[in-house]
Design a binder for this molecule. Structure first.
Ligand code: 5GP
Ligand code: ZN
Length: 137
């Protein structure tokens, strides 16, 4: 499989690994938003969150809970963002499930996306369409 993150898992591509358990690996992003920016991935290849089995996502969430406080302490961050880009249009470049842990600092110059208001009546309609499409397992 020609996947950069699979190659990081096997060691074929070097990385600064900061956490590892049976199913999950975390390593430093090579182009960080701020120093300490970390990527958390399942060791097995899945292309995004929806494809990733529940147990693996649970493992990733628990890893984030373990790793994030250590990152914050190490780089003395004021706060942190947890991010996931799902699909090319959303900014996903590497098609192997991953979450970004991004340390943030007061006045670090980064911004969140901008919100835009709904048209009249649109919010209720969108809520209805979404709930119609949720399948409870
Ligand atoms: P995406 O845009 O897919 O959510 O994020 C992919 C991330 O992977 C980017 O932030 C990018 O800097 C990081 N990245 C891409 N190639 C490599 C690599 O070879 N090594 C490491 N450590 N990070 C990488
Ligand atoms: Zn992969």
């Amino acid at each position: 499989m020609d996947c950069i993150f699979c190659k990081i898992v096997t060691g074929e591509i070097p990385s600064y690994k900061i956490y590892e358990d049976e199913n999950v690996l975390a390593f430093l992003d090579i182009t960080p938003v701020n120093p300490g920016h970390t990527l958390v991935i399942p060791k097995k290849h899945y292309k995004n969150i929806i494809d990733t089995p529940d147990e693996l996502l649970q493992g990733m969430a628990l890893a984030v809970k373990k790793i994030a406080p250590a990152i914050i302490k190490a780089v003395k961050a004021d706060a942190w963002n947890l991010g996931a880009n799902n699909g090319a249009v959303a900014g996903q470049i590497v098609m192997h499930t991953h979450w970004h842990i991004m340390p943030r600092f007061t006045n670090d110059g980064h911004h969140l996306w901008y919100g835009k208001p709904y048209a009249d009546g649109e919010i209720a309609e969108v809520a209805q369409r979404i709930t119609d499409n949720i399948k409870i397992r």
